[in-house]
Write a protein that binds this ligand. Structure first.
Ligand code: SF4
Ligand code: SF4
Length: 100
């Protein structure tokens, strides 16, 4: 509960996550799933093209289409890449979930 005075002075915009959680724990990153067209050897770079911070790069591989890989340090979790993906292969997850 905040007072009207606190609200008007902009306290809301400065509130920290509750329960002592750090801002880092709320951060999400893109994860590319197995439905990505590259795993069917179809070359696609839609996600690479739409990602403004260039957090996705195509990793070349012998005998197959390059596989997109997300750099968790660069990914802001903006979600811009989710909808344009023609295979609905991208989800936003906690960074710890990307290693599973
Ligand atoms: S846009 Fe989707 S299907 Fe295309 S490379 Fe990225 S994850 Fe794969
Ligand atoms: S969520 Fe945003 S920053 Fe992260 S890979 Fe997708 S478009 Fe790039």
């Amino acid at each position: 509960m905040i007072t009207r005075r606190q609200f008007l002075s902009g306290v809301l915009s400065e509130r920290k996550p509750e329960s002592g959680a750090s801002e880092q724990s709320w951060r999400l990153v893109a994860r590319i799933g197995k439905s990505c067209l590259a795993f069917d050897n179809t070359v696609c770079h839609v996600c690479v093209d739409v990602c403004v911070p260039a957090a996705i790069r195509l990793s070349p591989r012998i005998g197959g289409a390059p596989i997109p890989q997300v750099d968790n340090q660069k990914c802001s979790g903006c979600g811009v890449c989710v909808v344009p993906c023609p295979a609905q292969a991208i989800t936003l997850v906690h960074p710890a979930a990307t290693s599973r």
